[in-house]
Design a binder for this molecule. Structure first.
Ligand code: UGA
Length: 431
């Protein structure tokens, strides 16, 4: 049993805190947002993540997880401190590390004995060096500490499973004591632990996320060629994926990647490379292709409807991917901006994300169910591959639509079947 503090009650922080508590450690989760902490103490989770609410309630009841506003108090009561605060992108792509610095300074002020500070947020390489410098400048002379980088690879929507059953655990540290502490902490999790130096661990996170983003842009580029030559991108991806060097995952063509991680992390990696004298052209192309997928889908809509003014469009799916209410950098927001700028009328449905979208576009019609979003629409647009959309009564959908146009920006339906049902169907890279 270790005494742990997790600073930051966002997606990564809260999942980390709850999962370490589940493993039997004594965990305090800290956030400076008082409202959030008050809500968490009552068992209210500020975002949707399958299974998290139940888990938090369980470990709070067991008293292995508690919440606090105070970094000082939680520093005093813990040996390992995970830093999981936000590192948003600035305009030029550089990660904003001011929250990391502020938290580190507060920890350093409060340190009375040995502490291990662990970077959990996605941070650029050399952040570990800055952490050491900051703590050294502030801490009392006779107090020891170590720094480690332990990047998190959890995905929204399957975060608990990803935390408890990861494919690998990365621990970057130069200290034997820190290595031992983290090896013991992760001992109950059955996964290989890869020990590296701090800078390499920091780079592994950026390099991994950017690689996955590149895989998506690659298949999206292939989807464009498929359309031009009359091939099917799903068949191409399947054929490629059987090669274990390529692997099947992250080869789904569509409207491109979004979310709080890939767009930000790719931009940060490009920026970091530039700062260090390397022009990361490959990743710049990845970004460009991702942007172009939005235009590509938009053009498909225009190809069907010609002009958009006062045309009613039904939209299914607003979150950046299924099983989350997250709309950060969601392709839906970008394409809806375009549709609204040409005065289309949008009626939308999403099982979780409508509340967030309402704050950005209060003027849309928010529907109670997917069928309501289809009613009298001149075109139906699928933007997120929620399971419930795959099981829709498509005959009913067809009847509800004013015109049978269906633009499936996530390739959830089979083109042949859709055509048989009488839809004028447009997937991405499919024939
Ligand atoms: C991503 C990584 O997958 C995690 O390993 C990482 O820990 C996390 O970022 C992070 O840095 O915190 P996440 O952003 O939750 O996780 O979502 P993903 O499941 O990776 O999907 C990202 C985007 O790519 C979504 O918009 C999704 O629709 C899109 N995508 C994914 C595709 O367009 N095609 C695919 O084949 C796969």
């Amino acid at each position: 049993m270790k005494r742990i503090a997790v600073i930051g009650a966002g997606h990564v922080g809260l999942v980390t805190a709850a999962c370490f508590a589940k493993l039997g450690n004594k965990v305090i989760c800290v956030d400076n947002d008082q409202k959030k902490i008050i809500a968490l103490k009552k068992g209210i989770i500020p975002f949707f993540e399958p299974g998290l609410e139940e888990l938090v309630k369980k470990v709070v009841k067991k008293k292995t997880l508690s919440f606090s506003f105070s970094i000082a108090e939680s520093t005093e009561n813990s040996e390992i401190i995970f830093i999981a605060v936000g590192t948003p992108a600035q305009k030029d792509g550089e990660a904003d590390l001011s929250a990391v610095e502020a938290v580190t300074s507060e920890i350093a002020k409060a340190m009375q004995g040995y502490k291990l500070l662990v970077e959990k947020s996605t941070v650029p390489v050399l952040t570990g060096e800055w952490l050491k410098r900051t703590v050294n400048l502030i801490k009392k002379k006779n107090v020891d500490f170590d720094v480690a980088a332990n990047p998190e690879f959890l995905r929204e929507g399957s975060a608990i499973l990803d935390f408890l059953q990861p494919e690998r655990i990365i621990v970057g540290t130069e200290s034997k004591r820190a290595k031992k502490l983290l090896a013991e902490l992760y001992q109950p999790i059955k996964a290989p632990i890869i020990f590296t130096d701090i800078k390499s661990a920091e780079l592994i996170k950026h390099a991994s996320n950017s690689f996955l983003a590149a895989k998506i842009s690659y298949i999206n580029a292939v989807s464009q060629i498929c359309e031009k030559v009359g091939a099917d991108v799903n068949q191409v991806a399947q054929g490629m994926g059987y090669d274990s060097r390529i692997a099947k995952k992250f080869l789904s063509a569509g409207i491109g990647y979004g979310g709080s991680c890939f767009p930000k992390d790719v931009a940060a990696f490009v920026h970091l490379a530039e700062e260090n004298g390397y022009d990361f052209n490959l990743l710049k192309a990845v970004q460009k292709i991702n942007q172009e997928q939005i235009d590509f889908v938009f053009k498909k809509i225009k190809k069907c409807l010609w002009t958009l003014r006062n045309k009613r469009i039904g939209i299914l799916g607003l979150s950046f991917k299924p099983d989350t209410d997250d709309i950060r950098e969601a392709p839906s927001i970008k394409i809806m901006e375009k549709l609204l700028s040409e005065e289309a009328i949008l009626q939308v449905y999403d099982p979780q994300a409508m509340k967030g979208v309402k704050k950005i576009f209060p003027e849309l019609t928010y529907c109670k169910n997917p069928y309501a979003a289809c009613k009298n629409a001149e075109l139906l647009l699928i933007l997120t591959e929620w399971e419930e959309f795959k099981r829709l009564d498509l005959k009913r959908v067809k009847k509800l639509l004013q015109k049978p146009y269906l633009v499936d920006a996530r390739n959830i339906y089979e083109p042949k079947r859709m055509k048989q049902l009488g839809f004028i169907y447009e997937g991405v890279g499919r024939k």
